[in-house]
Design a protein around this ligand. Structure first.
Ligand code: NDP
Ligand code: PYC
Length: 345
C-alpha cells in the first residue's frame, strides 16, 4: 500500500483482503463474502469506479437489511432441457450464479441455448464479470437485471423503472485458436448508472443535461437534486422501452420483482435492490452449425469498427486491467478512509 497526496495505491490482493474482511465483520459468511469481494476487486481492477470499492459501505448496509439472509444457501432447480432456475434465498446474487453455472453452461452446449433465472437475490454488481465467465467457455451471452425504481420513463415525471443494465458478450479467438479478450458491452439503460451519479455528487461534478430531473420534475444538472428526483433513460423513448423490456424479462417472466416492487421491499433502508436476474447463453458451435466460420465474419466486423477509429466496448476496461495487474489500483483517500472506518474481521 502507498499513500501519495489524496490517493492511496493498493495491490489487488489488498483490495480483495480488505473487502473480504469488511464483509466478514459485517456478518457475511465466507460462501457469500468471497464472491462478493472478488467482484468488487474485479470492478476496481478494471477501473469501473461505480462498482468497485465504492460499493463496500453499501454492501454492509445491505447485509444489515432485516430481509437479507446471511445464511442463504442457493437452491438450483433443473427446470427443463434449456432452463435452469436458482433461488438465492435473499442472499447475494453471486453465490447463486456460481452454484447454477455448471448446469447452465452444460445446457447451452447440449441445446444451443440456455436460460438461467436467478430469483430472490440482493444485487449490486456489474454484469460483465458474469458475461466474461460465459465467453471464457466459448459462449455468447446476454444478462439483464432490474434495480430500484429511480428512473422515470420517457415523458414521465417520477421513478418507475430501474437503472436496468443490459450486458452482452461474444467470445473471440486469435488466428492460432488461442482465446483473446471477448467483445463485451455492459451498460445501464439509464443515461448514467446510479453509482456514477453518486460519484458525481461526491466530486461536486455537474450532470449532463438530459440525465435527471429534480423532485419537481424539472430538468437538473445537480447530482444531489437528481438523486432526490428521478434519473432519465438514455436515448429517450428507445432507452425507456429497453428498460421496460429488462423489467419484464428479469421480473414478471421469471416470477420475480420489478424495480417498483424492489423499492417497496427495501422499505426505506436504502440497501441494494432485491429482485431477479436473467441470463441467456448461446453456443455458436450449435447455432452456427459449422456451415460458416462465425469467428472469421465477427472478426471482420470488429476490424471494420476498429479500423474506422472507433473503439470496441470494454477496450478501456482491458487496458485498465493490464495496468492494475502490474501497478495495483489507485483510489481517493476519502474512500480509503471511509472503508478503514468500517469494522474489519
Ligand atoms: P458505461 O457508460 O461506463 O459503459 C457502458 C459500456 O459502453 C461499457 O461496455 C463501455 O466499455 C462501453 N463504452 C463506453 N464508452 C464507449 C465508447 N466511446 N466507445 C465504445 N464503447 C464505449 O456504463 P454504465 O455507467 O452505464 O454502467 C456501469 C456498470 O454499472 C455496468 O457494469 C453495469 O452492469 C453496472 N450496473 C449494475 C446495475 C445492477 O443493478 N446490478 C444497475 C446499473 C448499472 P468500457 O468499460 O471499456 O468503457
Ligand atoms: O449503479 O445503477 C447502479 C446500480 C444499481 C444497482 C447496482 N448498481
Amino acid at each position: 500500500m502507498e499513500h501519495s497526496g489524496d490517493r492511496v495505491t493498493l495491490g489487488l490482493e489488498e483490495v480483495f483482503a480488505l473487502a473480504r474482511s469488511v464483509l466478514a465483520a459485517a456478518g457475511l459468511p465466507e460462501r457469500q463474502a468471497v464472491p462478493v469481494a472478488r467482484v468488487i476487486t474485479e470492478g476496481q481492477r478494471d477501473e469501473c469506479h461505480s462498482h468497485g470499492l465504492f460499493r463496500l459501505p453499501g454492501c454492509v448496509q445491505t447485509i444489515n437489511h432485516p430481509r437479507f439472509n446471511r445464511a442463504a444457501i442457493p437452491v438450483v432447480e433443473d427446470t427443463t432441457a434449456a432452463v435452469t432456475k436458482v433461488d438465492a434465498q435473499f442472499g447475494y446474487s453471486l453465490p447463486a450464479l456460481e452454484a447454477a453455472m455448471p448446469l447452465f453452461v452444460e445446457k447451452a452446449r447440449a441445446v444451443g441455448i440456455s436460460v438461467l433465472a436467478i430469483n430472490n437475490c440482493f444485487h449490486f454488481s456489474a454484469l460483465w464479470p458474469e458475461i466474461e465467465m460465459l465467453t471464457a467457455k466459448g459462449l455468447s451471452a446476454i444478462a439483464m437485471t432490474p434495480s430500484h425504481s429511480w428512473v422515470a420513463p420517457a415523458g414521465g415525471k417520477r421513478g418507475a423503472l430501474g437503472t436496468n443494465p443490459i450486458a452482452f458478450g461474444w467470445p473471440r479467438r486469435n488466428a492460432d485458436g488461442s482465446p483473446r479478450d471477448p467483445y463485451v458491452f455492459d451498460f445501464a439503460t439509464s443515461a448514467i448508472a446510479r453509482g456514477d451519479m453518486s460519484l458525481h455528487k461526491m466530486a461536486g461534478k455537474p450532470l449532463q443535461e438530459g440525465w435527471a430531473i429534480d423532485a419537481g420534475g424539472n430538468p437538473t444538472t445537480d447530482a444531489a437534486a437528481g438523486l432526490e428526483g428521478a434519473m432519465l433513460t438514455f436515448g429517450g423513448h428507445k432507452g425507456s422501452a429497453l428498460s421496460t423490456m429488462v423489467e419484464l424479462l428479469a421480473g414478471p417472466l421469471i416470477a420475480d420483482m420489478t424495480s417498483l416492487e424492489s423499492m417497496e421491499f427495501d422499505d426505506g433502508v436504502k440497501a441494494a435492490p432485491a429482485h431477479g436476474e436473467i441470463l441467456i447463453a448461446f453456443d455458436p458451435a450449435v447455432l452456427g452449425g459449422g456451415t460458416r466460420d462465425n469467428q472469421a465474419s465477427s472478426e471482420r466486423l470488429f476490424a471494420e469498427i476498429a479500423g474506422q477509429g472507433a473503439r470496441l466496448p470494454s477496450s478501456r476496461r482491458y487496458e485498465a486491467r493490464a495496468r492494475s495487474l502490474v501497478h495495483g489500483v489507485s483510489i481517493p483517500r476519502h474512500l480509503y478512509d471511509q472503508i478503514q472506518a468500517l469494522p474489519r474481521a
